[in-house]
Design a protein around this ligand. Structure first.
Ligand code: SF4
Ligand code: SF4
Length: 96
């Protein structure tokens, strides 16, 4: 499953920079998680990094996005391939 941020969020800003997938962003009132980018940190770490740093424990699993470990790993691999492709395109742009 992807994770989600509840209304208990106090906008402390500490989780956003910890996310290896850039899945966390500031929403209209509180921080939010893009479920398409959240892998529960599978592929990067043994445990969700956002949860490790949240001082108010407001990042539960998102029941709307149920995924197996294999599906989370596949999502990680697809995200990594996209990042690699964008990096390559940007490198081509700056070539003389
Ligand atoms: S669990 Fe990991 S990938 Fe998902 S939002 Fe938190 S830090 Fe990002
Ligand atoms: S760490 Fe927790 S309280 Fe702080 S911004 Fe993230 S979700 Fe909100």
């Amino acid at each position: 499953m992807a994770l989600m941020i509840t209304d208990d969020c106090i906008n402390c800003d500490v989780c956003e920079p910890e996310c290896p997938n850039d899945a966390i962003f500031m929403g209209l009132e509180i921080y939010e998680i893009n479920p398409a980018k959240c892998t529960e940190c599978v592929g990067h770490f043994d445990a969700p990094q956002c949860r490790q740093v949240c001082p108010v424990d407001c990042i539960p699993l998102n029941p709307a996005f149920i995924e197996t470990s294999a599906e989370l790993l596949l999502k990680y691999q697809q995200l990594s391939a996209t990042v690699a492709a964008v990096t390559e395109i940007n490198a081509e742009k700056v070539k003389p």
